[in-house]
Design a protein around this ligand. Structure first.
Ligand code: NDP
Ligand code: X15
Length: 353
């Protein structure tokens, strides 16, 4: 059993902790928090051992009656691997902690790429993480783009990718980012940070990205244009992408017109927290004109990196091959929505037919 610690129990950390518990080959050592807020209470209620991330705050937990198993040094010492899910920039401060204990760690996409030996996406470069001391799971948007671009590049070759990312302004719980009512080019200059971040996974890829922030909390949405080295029919591209376990096609008949209904669907499907671990591609948006592919996809920022973090644990420890890990993660979490819509198995009709 791989003993996994989770340092930082917020949006990503709570999901990683739950996902670790769902794995047959992993054991959750515990989670670390800086304060005894509602999430600390949730961790205790879930039966997770709770560690104080800042030893000088142990008294605050005692005063609130929230039981601690120890401090973060204990968590790191007891873990084979730590997944660091602290806010952007805190991971960099924690690196020394993991070095001191000689414990491999997995950082998140809010950290700079140079924090780790490898920036990671399971589909694209699983094997590069094997044996590394530090790995960075790339951000939600970069994960979504990597899953899409890997099969396209391998099969057709990507001449140039151009993506406009319409980014949610904050997560549902990030009240500090609101109330807001605006549309911001973010940044106003090209490229947004996503293109260079995708290149940490695909160094040779020609990609331009633009970002906009909007007053939404549910999901990000990508408008994608990929110029291919060849000219496949839309049906062929659709069939290629249908073979990817973490890409989900939103069928036309479902009547899902945006992130609101996608989240509603996820909750109806019984997904924990209404999570959508897969890229959600509107099937009818897939179009090819000459060598240009177009599509829209939505990315659930709170959850698409969760399967990738689980795979990163196996990759960094070398405990499973890429295929074994992805299959095990998918099965244990229930990744893949194909069985929910019979339409996933119906013949594809291209938009211009
Ligand atoms: N949310 C998103 O959309 C995505 C985020 N990411 C990345 O994941 C990382 C985490 O983001 P996210 O989960 O959203 O952030 P959150 O703020 O939701 O969670 C981080 C948690 O870490 C805790 N924390 C703060 N300081 C420390 C510390 N010194 N030691 C341990 N824990 C600490 C905070 O809780 P407390 O202080 O109460 O203990 C907080 O709940 C970032 O790098 C982010 O860029 C990646 C993909 C998507
Ligand atoms: O990793 C994310 O986005 P990103 O891929 O745009 O960097 C998360 O949604 C965090 O975004 P934020 O930087 O708005 O908190």
């Amino acid at each position: 059993m791989l003993k996994v610690g989770v340092n930082g129990y917020g949006t990503i950390g709570k999901r990683v902790a739950d996902a670790v518990c769902a794995q047959p080959d992993m054991e959750l050592v515990g989670v670390a928090k800086t304060r005894p807020n509602f999430e600390a209470e949730t961790a205790v209620r879930n039966g997770y051992s709770l560690y104080a991330a800042l030893p000088e705050r142990v008294d605050q937990f005692d005063d609130a009656g929230v039981p601690l198993a120890g401090v973060v040094d204990d968590l790191v010492a007891e873990s084979d691997v730590v997944v660091d899910t602290t806010p952007s920039g805190i991971g960099a401060q924690n690196r020394e902690l993991y070095e001191r204990h000689d414990t491999p760690a997995i950082f998140q996409g809010g950290e700079d790429a140079d924090i780790a030996d490898v920036s990671f996406n399971a589909r694209a470069n699983y094997d590069e993480a094997t044996g590394a001391q530090f790995v960075r799971t790339v951000s939600c948007n970069t994960t979504g783009l990597s899953r899409l671009l890997a099969p396209l590049d391998e099969t057709y070759g990507v001449k140039k990718a151009r993506v406009t990312l319409v980014r949610r302004g904050g997560d549902p719980g990030q009240t500090g980012r609101g109330p807001i009512n605006d549309i911001l080019p973010d940044p106003v200059t090209l490229p947004s940070h996503h293109g260079p971040d995708v290149q940490t996974i695909f160094p040779e890829l020609n990609i331009d990205t633009l970002g906009l922030k909007v007053p939404a909390t549910l999901m990000h949405t990508h408008s994608v244009n990929v110029t291919l080295e060849s000219t496949p029919a839309a049906e062929e591209v659709r069939d290629l992408l249908a073979g990817e376990s973490r890409l989900f096609f939103v069928p036309k008949h479902a009547g899902i017109d945006g992130a609101g209904k996608l989240k509603e669907f996820a909750m109806d499907a019984g997904r924990p927290r209404g999570d959508l671990w897969e890229n959600c591609i509107w099937e009818e948006s897939i179009a090819v004109q000459d060598d240009d592919l177009y599509l829209f996809q939505a990315i659930h920022q709170e959850s698409d990196v969760i399967p990738e973090n689980i795979d990163a644990v196996r990759a960094i420890t070398g405990s499973a091959s890429k295929e074994e890990s992805i299959a095990l993660t998918n099965e244990s979490l229930g990744v893949g929505l194909d069985s929910v819509f019979a339409g996933q198995n119906q013949p594809f009709v291209a938009a211009d037919d």
